[in-house]
Ligand binder design. Structure first.
Ligand code: ADP
Ligand code: AMP
Length: 213
């Protein structure tokens, strides 16, 4: 299956993508993770991306689309994938459709995680990440063993001023892609409030209802 996971920052896309991709036997491809790996590695792509990520803005489409196109040529993505964090505007959605069409494929579904703004702010402000494993925790909802551990860090774009801009960017640029997918009958909406396992259950039954195995 070829899927994209969409929803506001902090909706739980990364958390759910991990489990859903494993259940479906496809790779999880997160543009945010790829950018962050490049930022940590100090690559030219990372240096370019960091300027936008620090402010909560989108990295320019030319850079992002090329990175995704390259990633989708890798062997593990030939039989399907779950994209997390891409597309983030209608142009990216159209570029992805064109790219898949050129390869004789098509996107099966867009899975939207629906969460309100208050919950998003709660989730983003409590998010902490392990430096060594990359595992994502939440101080309240999925607490790490030692919340004071030096291994944990807060993403620089999870600070209040940046969260505000990311929500604006989401509303202005990303939310319109739901209309794009809905018009094509490819949008599946899932209530993403509740325990992680409950949300996964809802997502899997929605996907199975649309032909996922
Ligand atoms: P996204 O990838 O959409 O930005 P994440 O998967 O990183 O979101 O989740 C954001 C934060 O919310 C993380 O700290 C995560 O542990 C927490 N989280 C994810 N799903 C849930 C849930 N169902 N209930 C409560 N907290 C959650
Ligand atoms: P995420 O981990 O999905 O929250 O992404 C973190 C940041 O990476 C975003 O705020 C953007 O700056 C950048 N980013 C991730 N995916 C995209 C995308 N599809 N288009 C543009 N920028 C992106």
């Amino acid at each position: 299956m070829r899927l994209v996971l969409v929803g506001p920052p902090g909706a739980g896309k990364g958390t759910q993508a991990e489990v859903i991709a494993a259940e479906l036997g496809v790779p999880k491809i997160s543009t945010g993770d790829i950018f962050r790996a490049n930022v940590s590695g100090g690559t030219p792509l990372g240096l370019e991306a960091k300027r936008y990520m620090d402010d909560g803005d989108l990295v320019p489409d030319e850079v992002t689309n090329k990175m995704v196109a390259d990633r989708l040529t890798e062997d593990d993505a030939q039989k399907g994938f779950l994209l997390d964090g891409y597309p983030r505007n209608t142009d990216q959605a159209k570029v992805l459709d064109r790219l898949l069409e050129e390869q004789g494929h098509h996107l099966d579904l867009a899975l939207e995680l629906v969460v309100d703004d208050d919950e998003i702010v709660r989730r983003l402000s409590g998010r902490r990440v392990s430096k060594t494993t990359g595992k994502v925790y939440h101080l309240e909802f999925d607490p790490p063993e030692d919340p004071e551990s030096a291994d944990l860090y807060q993403r620089s774009d999870d600070r209040p001023e940046t969260i505000k801009n990311r929500l604006k960017v989401y509303a202005d640029q990303t939310a319109p892609i739901m209309g794009y997918y809905e018009a094509q009958g490819r949008l599946v909406r899932v209530d993403a409030v509740g325990e992680v396992e409950t949300v996964t259950g809802r997502a899997m039954s929605a996907l199975r209802g649309h032909g996922a195995e």
